[in-house]
Design a protein around this ligand. Structure first.
Ligand SMILES: Cc1cc2nc3c(=O)[nH]c(=O)nc-3n(C[C@H](O)[C@H](O)[C@H](O)COP(=O)(O)O)c2cc1C
Length: 452
């Protein structure tokens, strides 16, 4: 990381329900305003006020139709459907902020790299270099059918395609246009020097892209790369490509083991292991007193939509949880969807989870720890993870939106600033790209595969 500060992202989705299913019914919750531009500009202003690095947008292709073999529960309960494409609210959010970054999730299985490279270059230009790409391979079978494909690719093959996808976008972003290719010489009428714009001549197993890139270099060239894979193949991918890693493990030891494992794998790719920045998700429930915070948690729990949670988890795991006895113990299976989620509740935790326990645990934020208390107590816990476990920051998940963000900014952020864990608002450097804020460097380091 660039400094001695911890780094905050807001983890959200341009949808009614993201990972705390049922919360849209909570009094005062604004999730149903997700399609309203004002909702997102307010979120952006609050996150910037709280010194957040970025708003991190999850996104999904397809509908959650594994539970009860039907899309109806997901549609009825707004489980990530309806949702909008997050890339299109980013310019509005960038317009009302100066320093906030935006991580946009896009799938390497259902996009074409030539097209995606153009979209991210455009966003990077439009936001003055405040963009990250959360690289996902997608997990729902229903996405493939809607895109005219015969079926979802197998889990590990999706990562093979993703590797080649990244080769193409890196070549377009990093190698196609030299820094001084654009000359803008009005007198000669020469805008660009064609000698300094290069074809990439990619011809691989999945893609054939001659190039050149259609956009001139944007402030960051490659956006900041985020990844969250946690299966064996997913870890290889994250270790090779990620600058930011979204950690989702069931207990503290598993978090430490995961980080150690990824650092070791990154070294195997010739990368500096410290170039990987780890962000566990957390669900802060914060109030002026401990009693109020506990009361808030209790009332949040009353609003958990258990069937909606099971619908979401069935999609994550590819297991129809409607068929299982709620008191049945979960067993490890090799899923074609998110292997990391299955592992989290089986092989990565000593506790033997039942279906019911998993649904109750996942009701608030799905796979992240819930931290309840005063601003001081929540800051204590974040400081402990930052200092003792060595994480670089946190992806903050709201249950009730945007009240949990506002409470975090009003109660926890001042504590973090007081302790020197976040810069004071007037000390925060302005005009940086997201990568500069995160890592201190404008460009991807030379040992990253994009620069090889
Ligand atoms: C915390 C977390 C957040 C994720 N967010 C998304 C997302 O927004 N969209 C998506 O398609 N996949 C998302 N994923 C899925 C991963 O990117 C990955 O594709 C999936 O976990 C399958 O890989 P694995 O089997 O290696 O874990 C997320 C995974 C985790 C653990």
């Amino acid at each position: 990381m660039s400094d001695d500060y911890l780094h905050l992202n807001l983890f959200t989705m341009d949808a009614v329900e993201h990972v705390s299913v049922g919360s849209w019914r909570y009094p005062g919750d604004a999730s149903a305003r997700y399609a309203d531009r004002d909702y997102w500009t307010e979120v952006a202003r609050t996150a910037e006020r709280g010194g957040f690095d970025a708003v991190f947008f999850a996104d999904v292709r397809g509908v959650y139709d594994v539970y009860a073999e039907s899309a109806d529960p997901a549609i009825e309960r707004a489980v990530q459907t309806p949702s909008n494409d997050p890339a299109y609210v980013v310019p509005a959010m960038a317009e009302v902020t100066d320093d906030l970054g935006f991580a946009v999730t896009k799938s390497t299985s259902y996009n074409h790299p030539y097209q995606l490279a153009r979209e991210f270059s455009t966003l990077d230009h439009t936001t003055d270099g405040r963009i990250a790409f959360n690289v996902v391979t997608s997990y729902l079978e229903s996405a493939a059918a809607n895109l005219g494909l015969e079926g979802r690719m197998e889990h590990d093959e999706r990562y093979d395609r993703a590797d080649e996808f990244m080769d193409v976008v890196y070549a377009l972003w990093e190698d196609s246009w030299e820094d001084d290719a654009v000359v803008r010489d009005r007198e000669s009428g020469r805008y660009t020097d064609p000698e300094k714009v290069h074809a990439i001549e990619h011809d691989g197993d999945y893609f054939s892209v001659p190039g050149p890139h259609g956009c001139e270099p944007s402030p960051q060239r490659s956006p900041v790369i985020y990844q969250a894979g946690s299966s064996d193949r997913g870890r290889e991918f994250a270790a090779k490509h990620a600058e930011g890693v979204f950690v989702s493990q069931p207990n503290e030891q598993a978090v430490v083991d995961y980080m150690d494992d990824l650092r070791e794998r990154a070294a195997g790719y010739g990368r500096d292991p410290d170039a990987l920045n780890f962000f566990p998700g957390i669900v802060p429930i914060v109030a002026p007193t401990e009693e109020l915070a506990e009361a808030k948690r209790a009332s949040y729990e009353e609003h958990i939509d258990v069937e909606g949670v099971l619908t979401l988890l069935s999609g994550f795991t590819d297991i129809d949880l409607s068929e299982l006895d709620p008191d049945q113990k979960l067993e490890h299976v090799e899923t074609q969807a998110m292997q990391g989620v299955v592992n989290a509740f089986t092989t990565n935790d000593e506790h033997e989870w039942t279906v019911r326990e998993m649904a109750e645990f996942a009701g608030l934020g799905t796979t992240s720890p819930v931290v309840v208390g005063t601003g001081e107590q929540v800051a204590d816990e974040l400081e402990r993870w930052y200092t003792d476990l060595g994480v670089d920051g946190f992806n903050v998940k709201e249950v009730v939106r945007p009240d949990d963000l506002t409470a975090f900014v009003d109660l926890v952020v001042p504590e973090l600033r007081e302790r020197g864990l976040l810069p004071d608002a007037d000390e925060r450097e302005s005009g940086l790209t997201l990568r500069e804020r995160m890592t201190g460097d404008a460009r991807l380091p030379d040992d990253h595969p994009a620069r090889q």
